[in-house]
Design a protein around this ligand. Structure first.
Ligand code: NAP
Ligand code: GDD
Length: 383
């Protein structure tokens, strides 16, 4: 009998990678998807199976973390061995605009899952993974951050996730449930949501290099993040639920990088060197030089005249609308526990991640080839 997994947030970045990973391991995967007016299954379309397929091993259910009866019914029907609770209103800046909804989905949503498993008598059968976050460390109390570092959340998102973290610990201790937190630091990919800073940068840089956009406006260029690849991080989620004993783990690379440096690395993928001048809201990024050989190889010879004509022009500027009321300036994780206990080791470093994202977005922005190839559907993430 194959194991049964239930994934909330299956249409998101992590949900898509985890689904493919578990299917390859022989799991039957159930996913919870919100009803929307358009299809929002692009990231998992290459895995989708029609309801009329006999013995299909990927089944989608309509649902929402704010609806406890719906969540309870789906858990009852699917009787999962493992639940991966990845669904969330996951954008930190947006959580300042929708704080109550964020608390409901990200905080109480976690409780709804734990309580459903308990009420259905599944505490001995079902293991639960809770998508906790490095945002819990917020105004960091220790560098680097590890499992014992005190939390200091700095946004409605992080405060909601703080509830999710502690209610998971509480159900583990109160009811002896196999419920674990993965405290994941930022992880990105070619299918990262378009409004997170890395993807915003790789999309914009690709468009600038193809002559489709003049410049990109960003917020705090000095923020530092510990960025890894989502492909590596979903493997850690799986490993956490394979342990005999439930526990909480930091998943990180141990290296931190400024947003400003990420911008330089993205341009450098196409052989374009960027210089930053000015300070604060007046800081700007200029094209300093172009390595024509690299540009031709990575972007295309036909786009070379466009980029050469932009030498010394501004391609990056600061717009304070992207600042946050309270910012998380520095995140850097200590993954010692996950490496020694789980045997988790990331394959991608930051240059590898940037290269993967830039390759994806240059291809995506060359619209003709994107449409011809069928968008996300061409991808087999783990091949
Ligand atoms: P994502 O791409 O934003 O995906 C979020 C998923 O949650 C989407 O499938 C979304 O559905 C779904 N969702 C949102 N609200 C929901 C609701 N009320 N009911 C049901 N589903 C809902 O996020 P991600 O990057 O994959 O992250 C996965 C999880 O890890 C999130 O909980 C996030 O907070 C957490 N996390 C992420 C990172 C990171 O760096 N990526 C780091 C630490 C923790 P739609 O497609 O319909 O919007
Ligand atoms: N989004 C965005 N847009 N962020 C910007 C911009 C911009 O134009 N300019 C600078 N930044 C800065 C933000 O202020 C923040 O300090 C940093 O870039 C990273 O922002 P995001 O990519 O939006 O990610 P995040 O760190 O706030 O949150 C992500 O990682 C968390 C884990 O630490 C999300 O995936 C969360 O769901 C996740 O929990």
């Amino acid at each position: 009998m194959s194991k049964v997994a239930l994934i909330t947030g299956i249409t998101g970045q992590d949900g898509a990678y985890l689904t493919e990973y578990l299917l390859k391991k022989g799991y039957t995967v159930h996913g919870i998807k919100r009803r929307s007016s358009l299809f929002n299954t692009d990231r998992i379309d290459h895995l989708y199976q029609d309801p009329h397929v006999v013995n299909r091993n990927l089944i989608l259910h309509y649902g929402d973390l704010t609806d406890s009866m719906n969540i309870t019914r789906i858990i009852q029907e699917t009787q999962p061995d493992e639940i991966y609770n990845l669904a969330a209103m996951s954008h930190v800046k947006v959580s300042f605009d929708s704080p109550e909804y964020t608390a409901n989905a990200d905080g109480i949503g976690t409780l709804r899952i734990l309580e459903a498993v308990r009420l259905l008598g599944l505490t001995n059968k079902t293991r639960i993974y809770q998508a906790s976050t490095s945002e819990l460390y917020g105004l960091v109390q220790e560098v680097p951050q590890k499992e014992t570092t005190p939390f200091y959340p700095r946004s409605p998102y992080a405060v909601a996730k703080l509830y999710g973290y502690w209610i998971t610990v509480n159900y583990r201790e109160a009811y002896n449930m196999h419920a674990s937190n993965g405290i994941l630091f930022n992880h990105e990919s070619p299918i990262r949501g378009e409004t997170f800073v890395t993807r915003k940068i790789t999309r914009a840089v690709s468009r600038i290099m193809l002559g489709m956009q003049e410049k990109v406006y960003l917020g705090n260029l000095s923020a530092r993040r510990d960025w890894g690849h989502a492909k590596d991080y979903v493997k850690a989620m799986y490993l956490i639920l394979q342990q005999d004993t439930a526990s909480d783990y930091v998943i990180a690379t141990g290296i931190t990088t400024e947003v400003r440096e990420f911008v330089k690395m993205a341009f450098a993928e196409g052989g374009v060197e960027i210089n930053f001048r000015g300070e604060g809201v007046d800081e700007k990024g200029y094209i300093a030089s172009v390595d024509e050989k690299v540009f031709k190889e990575k972007v295309g010879e036909e786009y070379l005249p466009v980029i050469l004509s932009k030498k010394d022009t501004v391609v990056v500027a600061v717009d304070p609308q992207y600042f946050r009321p309270t910012e998380v300036e520095l995140l850097i994780g200590d993954p010692t526990k996950s490496k020694t206990t789980l045997g988790w080791e990331p394959k991608y470093d930051l240059p590898g991640l940037v290269a993967d994202m830039m390759e994806g977005d240059i291809k995506l922005m060359k619209k003709d080839s994107y449409l011809k190839d069928g968008g996300y559907r061409i991808m087999n993430y783990f091949e």
